[in-house]
Ligand binder design. Structure first.
Ligand SMILES: Nc1ncnc2c1ncn2[C@@H]1O[C@H](COP(=O)(O)OP(=O)(O)OP(=O)(O)O)[C@@H](O)[C@H]1O
Length: 230
């Protein structure tokens, strides 16, 4: 479970998050949707302990990230690529992360299998989709109940997008909490159960996909009705 309450974040005199609040629940994929600069990454950075909020709370399983005793076992995050060195193999990268977090080595083969990267070589030869899968494999190492992905669809081809949609749905079906930020509306509508729409640092809608799109032909229409000034 992810619980975000009244989050406010300022950079200098500019407020980039205004009382942002929402919940992402276990067993569901929550789409975090908004145009560029809306505040998605800022929210996720606070959630993942990379930045401090000026006010409000962001909890993962009831605890702020910085107080988690075993973060990799609680939340898996995919932010900017895999973070792997290009001259390493994906397997070597995962083995290194596992070792430095006290995760048993056999887990590496399990996560490689889960993301379909078993036979892959050095990271420098990876496509965008493979890099994304390696990031996801890294996030899964600690078998966390919560997965957070920031713009995971960027640069993926149709096959990669389909794979990711099925993969995230399967993780939610296992009872995990999946939070997925994106500005790709049609894909989010096809993947998510719940939506949180953020615009100019404020949550402008939240609810199930059906609730947020009610009265509109598509999520795209609902989105523009929410974010465009009348
Ligand atoms: N370190 C920083 N200093 C100043 N302003 C910042 C900083 N980080 C983010 N911002 C501003 O905060 C606002 C929200 O940015 P954020 O990256 O959270 O948006 P986003 O919804 O993730 O957009 P994108 O899809 O473009 O990544 C933007 O106006 C951005 O310029």
């Amino acid at each position: 479970m992810i619980e975000i309450d009244d989050l406010t974040k300022r950079h200098g005199r500019r407020t980039v998050l205004h009382d942002v609040g929402f919940t992402a629940r276990p067993g569901r994929v929550t789409g975090f949707l908004g145009p560029n600069g809306a505040g998605k990454s800022s929210t996720l950075r606070v959630l993942l302990g990379l930045d401090r909020a000026d006010a409000g709370t962001a909890l993962i399983g009831g605890t702020p990230y910085r107080r988690l005793r075993r973060p990799l076992h609680t939340v898996g995050a995919v932010l900017d690529g895999s973070g792997a060195h290009r001259s390493r193999t994906g397997r070597a990268h995962l083995a290194w992360v596992a070792r430095s977090n006290g995760i048993p080595r056999p887990r590496v083969a399990e996560v490689l299998e889960q993301v379909g990267l078993t036979g892959a070589g050095r990271v420098r030869s990876y496509s965008t989709g493979m890099g994304q899968r390696l990031g996801i494999a890294t996030a899964l190492l600690g078998d966390p109940a919560v997965l957070v992905l920031d713009e995971p669809l960027n640069g993926l081809d149709p096959e990669g997008i389909r794979w990711l949609r099925r993969f995230l749905r399967a993780r939610a079906a296992e009872g995990r909490t999946v939070l997925l930020s994106s500005h790709v509306m049609a894909e989010v509508a096809a993947t998510a159960d719940d939506l949180v729409v953020i615009h100019a640092g404020r949550v402008v809608a939240r609810g199930t996909v059906e609730q947020v799109t009610a009265g509109h032909a598509s999520l795209e229409d609902a989105f523009f009705a929410l974010v465009e000034p009348c």
